[in-house]
Design a protein around this ligand. Structure first.
Ligand code: F6P
Length: 617
């Protein structure tokens, strides 16, 4: 079905092949193609059906695809759990390092600090450590260029493990793509007498990223191939169930993040339990734990109506220039901070649009580098900072969401509620395990505008926290994703105005341009470079430069992908494209106005005055 074969354009069938060849984590999810036009209820419904894919049944036999419930994955998790058990039983000179970039690194931090907390309570040696690309600053703000650096990854790991005789390394890269993690995995494989590498990601091995990494001899896929060999001898572990494409294409903070948390907790909490109860963990135990998380999913989304009302409210605040503030206690405060930090790279949000705060700030965070406030206002994260920096100028437009559980300091919460209510009645709560009905209950006394309170069956403390955290993550992801959709930041299920700050994002930008314009990759790249370098003429030297050169420049520019999109679809100059975009405040409006098709004509090709635009979303 060749629609246009003249130089510069590709055919519909080639575009379809192109989409098929994309790794699962970069594909557009067919379930959410119209999420940009959904109302809050429907947004939450779409996120719910998309998250349901995390728990899809064992597809191995039918599609050769490993899922969370696959027996083979269960066996790998059991073997890895045993490695953790060995270290827990004999921790001397040993370390377990969890590492990743962006959200993956933030979850590595959360898990490592929580697990160390558990060991400390039991009077045991704290054997967990975390690495996040870009250091602790990246816990709160995006530091995406370091993700491209395998050498820095390896050096960081070497440093953390100095003097250790046995290290279990768990690298997380949802897309099996981050060079930073590839460098660490490779370092482990070059030192197998000390290191055992494990990798977590959500693509099949053959979809691990295969582009050359500048200044490094291997691709991520080659690293994985080497791990496959070691895995046969139980010296490496590849954990890569397929959980389907993200609700917002490529936004691995969503399902990728949730599944990472489920897998890490399943491994580590099972190992802790095995050691304390002298029990041998089986595949059935692993599956039971995953079923428990599926229950968390069901219970959380049983509150869809209330979640939708929070999404609506967040959308109203963001649309009118207000803010969303998450004010959390303990690890729920961390969940808020993580969700907020992701909005800047995911939606091109301003740092102050959605912010997270945690009681006692960095002493509650227990991050390695301690107090980071010297780096600027976005690093002021304690409740005291909230009271002194935010409340004085807060208005009814600002939405404040308290995140807490029955185990938190309820008096402290009441006091902060009173202080906040003096500024805004737009105050909401996401709480866990607060007994309903009693007059003394903080939820009754303080009259939040809305409350999502979830009650969980009684279990031990670590499991309780794990449920509360994941459930809160799902709700906050819905609020921030839904709020930005309502603000017009998403087109179909793509974040078009992404920041092109590393090689993965550069590739994603070109994929998006190809998909929406039908132009050849080389043509899309030239238009993107025009927008990045702010020039009408792109030289061959610039085209041939390293991706890093482009991404460093792109970090200083705004609206590069939308600009390139208009250049391509209108076949116009850079100047014209920029002025077309400037006429619109919101990217979605700009794109709808500039593209030569109206939304809803999916699957159709439309003739424009300058060429043909293929839209096969
Ligand atoms: O490059 C930015 C980013 O996509 C973040 O949004 C994400 O959390 C991070 O990369 C890590 O991605 P991955 O886990 O696939 O390596």
């Amino acid at each position: 079905m060749e629609v246009y074969s003249t130089d510069g354009y590709t055919s519909l069938s080639q575009l379809a092949d192109h989409e098929l060849a994309l790794p699962v984590t970069e594909k557009s999810n067919p379930l959410t193609r119209d999420i940009d036009r959904a109302d809050p209820e429907h947004i939450v419904h779409l996120l719910k059906v998309c998250d349901a894919e995390i728990f899809q049944g064992d597809g191995e036999r039918l599609s050769n695809k490993q899922t969370l419930y696959s027996n083979s994955l269960g066996q790998t998790l059991v073997r890895l759990t045993r490695k953790v058990e060995d270290i827990l039983k004999d921790p001397e000179d040993s370390l377990i390092v969890i590492s990743g970039c962006g959200t993956s690194g933030r979850l590595a931090y959360l898990l490592a600090t929580s697990l160390n907390g558990l060991l400390k309570e039991m009077g045991k040696e704290q054997i967990y450590s975390y690495i996040i690309a870009g250091g602790d600053k990246a816990l709160l703000t995006s530091q995406e260029s370091i993700e491209d650096n395998p050498q820095q990854g390896a050096e960081g790991l070497k440093k953390v493990c100095e003097g250790k005789k046995r290290v279990l390394y768990v690298g997380i890269s949802c897309g099996l793509s981050a060079p930073f993690v590839a460098g660490q995995l490779d370092f482990c494989m070059n030192n197998v007498d000390i290191f055992t590498p494990a990798v977590i990601g959500f693509n099949p091995e053959n979809m691990a990223r295969n582009e050359p990494i500048p200044g490094w001899p291997l691709t991520f896929r080659q690293v994985i191939a080497r791990m496959e060999e070691l895995q046969k001898r139980n010296k490496a572990f590849i954990i890569n169930p397929v959980v389907g494409p993200e609700a917002i294409s490529g936004s691995s903070r969503l399902k990728g993040g949730s599944t990472t948390k489920i897998i890490l907790e399943t491994i580590f909490l099972s190992a802790h339990e095995a050691v304390s109860s002298h029990k041998k963990i089986t595949v059935e135990d692993i599956m039971d734990r995953i079923k428990m998380y599926e229950q968390v999913y069901k219970v959380t989304y049983s509150q869809s109506e209330m979640i939708a009302s929070l999404v609506h409210q967040a959308g109203e605040s963001l649309k009118k220039g207000g803010h969303v503030y998450y004010v959390g206690w303990s690890t729920l405060g961390i969940m808020g901070i993580i969700d907020a930090s992701e909005c800047i790279p995911t939606f091109g949000a301003d740092a102050e649009d959605i912010c997270g705060f945690i009681n006692r700030g960095y002493s509650e965070m227990k991050n390695k580098e301690g107090d980071l406030r010297e780096f600027g206002p976005e690093f002021c994260i304690s409740h005291m900072d909230f009271v002194s920096n935010i409340l004085p100028t807060a208005t009814e437009l600002d939405m404040v969401i308290f995140l807490f559980t029955q185990d938190d300091h309820l008096c402290e919460i009441e006091t902060l509620v009173s202080q906040t209510k003096e500024r805004t009645s737009n105050l909401h709560a996401i709480s866990h395990d607060l007994p309903a009905g009693s007059d003394s209950n903080i939820l009754n006394k303080t009259q939040f505008a809305s409350v999502v309170n979830i009650t969980w069956p009684t279990v031990n403390c670590a499991h309780k926290k794990a449920r509360q955290e994941l459930s809160t993550k799902w709700i906050l992801n819905a609020i921030s994703t839904g709020g930005h959709i309502l603000k017009g930041k998403i087109f179909c299920n793509y974040m078009l105005d992404l920041k092109v700050t590393n090689s993965k994002l550069f590739k994603r930008a070109i994929n998006i341009l190809q998909k929406f314009t039908g132009c050849l990759q080389t043509v899309c790249k030239r238009a993107l470079l025009q927008a990045i370098y702010d020039t009408e003429e792109i030289t061959d030297v610039t085209v041939a430069a390293e991706v890093t050169t482009h991404t460093l420049m792109a970090a200083t520019r705004s609206r590069v992908v939308p600009t390139a999109l208009v250049i391509l679809t209108r076949n116009c100059s850079l100047l014209e494209a920029k002025s077309q975009l400037e006429a619109h405040l919101l990217i979605r409006d700009a794109v709808v106005a500039c593209l030569p098709f109206s939304h809803g004509q999916t699957g159709q090709s439309t003739t424009t005055d300058k060429g043909i635009c293929n839209l096969i979303v």
